[in-house]
Design a protein around this ligand. Structure first.
Ligand code: FAD
Length: 503
């Protein structure tokens, strides 16, 4: 039986492990952390579970786009938390305007017209594009899961989809925003992360289909479920084992060297760890050429983040789960200056907090370098900076949600260093590449190739190969890698669903 070694047990590594097992490969995953999940994780403080990742997973409606992944990987056990009518709310700095992001498109259209009647035509045009994408995403799912005959039947619709992509893929989010005359509508509608209008339209389409949901128990439970699926399928997970380097012999990757000096051999090696750490660290730059270095020189990184987590004795269930406030006065915080703040609450998941309580988090972009300096100055400086942030955020939220300060029972501040140290993500950029019109993966172009040239059996997968990804796109990426591996080995790619043992 061929052996596959996988570096990293984030969602990509776990998914690759599951699909490799379903196809008869012996699987050994080496993960440097003590628990699987990578970035898709949570931590406990005083009875509260502070979720560091998922607000929504694509693929929660059976038959809709990406849903086959979770049937195969078992990440959701078919259950999702009920989805809210209003996904998020955006407040103007002077407090006079609120834009409610309805999941339902007709209601969203009404809301856009309410904010700015003269922008009716622009709103309709954009929402028409979202409706087209809703039809296309169903086609993509049917294509991904269908056999040859079904794929052939879908080819025409897929052609229409590719034309749609070509129309939109070079449009930036800023250009999309310029279609609105009303500045508040422009800001509230397009403040999403990244620069690619198409990425954003996709997220609206999935939202409108109800195909984005939160798994009960949150990110850690989700990761654990996929790790269990991998073990049930017969995969070995070696936790707390860091890979130091990839062993290359005669121009072929033949195994890995672990931090304790031991060596493990395999027929195939897949890195599902941070791509920079893989290329520049584990492979010591041996495969680097201009095309591989290009993204590192040109593409913007998703911002590194600070997350302030609150365990609260407060009822936030009447509030939209995500709220963004523009700030009248920007908040200066070290090298960062915040012009708006976003609060997520997780009241819909009672498993994250003791009875009568809930968890809420504020996340904002923060440069990693000043945090490194603080760490060098000593633990006291680092801690003082975290405490200052916690105080500023509590004061800010008390002004918006009276009673907030006295409701705080547990508090935690994670910095860009937290993400860098735990998962090794490059420069603390926990979200990987920022999705832009330059790196959009819709056209199928590969920035970092899944199979590196000149290394024989060495593969890569994960968020650094799927800009703007999300866990569904990442799991899909891992699935494609195993599909390609099977093709090279003349094996028919097979999948099995949760509850089956694989074939
Ligand atoms: C704050 C935040 C919110 C997010 N929200 C969402 C959301 O709502 N919906 C969504 O779909 N996605 C979301 N994402 C994105 C998604 O969580 C990530 O893109 C995804 O989890 C990345 O998975 P990965 O396996 O590619 O990488 P990682 O999770 O980084 O996994 C890599 C693994 O490799 C391990 N590793 C690294 N180096 C080594 C080594 N030398 N030896 C052994 N192991 C090693 C790491 O410890 C890690 O476990 C969010 C991400 C963040 C940070």
């Amino acid at each position: 039986m061929s052996t596959v070694i996988i570096i990293g047990a984030g969602i990509a590594g776990l998914a690759a492990g599951c699909y490799a097992r379903m196809n008869g490969y012996e699987v050994r995953i080496y993960e440097k952390q003590a628990a699987p999940g990578g970035l898709c994780t949570a931590w406990q403080r005083e009875g509260f579970v502070f979720d560091g990742c998922l607000s929504g997973v694509v693929g929660c409606v059976p038959g809709k786009e990406m849903s086959h992944l979770w049937r195969e990987l078992g990440g959701l056990s078919g259950q999702f938390l009920p989805q809210p009518e209003i996904v998020s709310a955006y407040h103007s700095a002077d407090g006079t305007q609120v834009f409610s992001f309805y999941r339902d498109l007709p209601r969203l259209e009404e809301e856009m017209e309410r904010i700015s009647p003269p922008d009716r035509a622009a709103s309709r045009e954009i929402l028409a594009a979202v409706r087209s994408l809703m039809r296309f995403t169903d086609t993509i799912e049917a294509f991904d899961t269908g056999g040859f005959a079904r794929r052939l039947r879908l080819a025409t619709r897929l052609g229409a989809y590719m034309r749609f992509v070509r129309t939109w893929e070079k449009v930036t989010l800023a250009e999309l925003g310029k279609r609105f005359r009303d500045p508040f509508l422009r800001r509230s509608f397009t403040h999403a992360r990244g620069d690619s209008a198409l990425s954003y339209l996709f997220s609206l389409a999935r939202q409108a289909q109800g195909n984005v949901g939160r798994p009960p128990g949150g990110s850690a439970a989700f990761s654990q479920a996929i790790a269990s699926r991998c073990r049930v399928l017969g995969g070995e997970l070696h936790l707390g084992q860091s890979v130091e380097s990839v062993i290359v012999e005669g121009g072929r990757a033949v195994g890995v060297r672990l931090a304790d000096g031991s060596e493990e051999n395999a027929d195939e090696v897949i890195s599902a760890a941070d791509a920079h750490g893989t290329l520049y660290g584990m492979l010591a730059g041996r495969t680097l050429d201009r095309s591989l270095e290009y993204p590192y020189k040109r593409w913007p990184l998703a911002p590194a983040l600070v997350q302030v987590s609150f365990g609260l004795r407060l009822d936030l269930s009447g509030q939209p789960p995500v709220q963004t406030w523009e700030l009248k006065e920007p908040i200066p915080l070290g090298a960062d200056c915040l012009s708006r703040l976003t609060l997520h609450h997780f009241t819909q998941d009672p498993s994250l907090a003791p009875s009568g309580r809930c968890v809420a988090v504020v996340r904002f972009a923060s440069q990693i370098r000043p945090w490194r300096t603080l760490r060098q100055e000593g633990e006291a400086s680092y801690r003082a900076a975290k405490e200052e942030i916690a105080t500023r955020m509590t004061t800010f939220l008390e002004e918006r949600l009276p009673g907030f300060r006295s409701a705080v029972e547990a508090l935690d501040v994670a910095t860009p260093l937290t993400w860098e140290q735990t998962t090794g993500c490059w420069n603390g950029a926990a979200g990987g590449w920022l999705p832009t019109t330059q790196n959009s993966s819709f056209s199928g172009a590969e920035a970092i190739p899944h199979k590196l040239p000149g290394l024989g059996a060495f593969w890569m997968t994960g968020q650094w190969l799927t800009p703007g990804g999300g866990v569904a796109a990442i799991a899909q990426d891992a699935r494609r890698v195993i599909q390609r591996l099977c093709k090279e080995d003349n094996r028919l790619f097979r999948t099995s669903e949760e509850g089956e043992r694989g074939k």
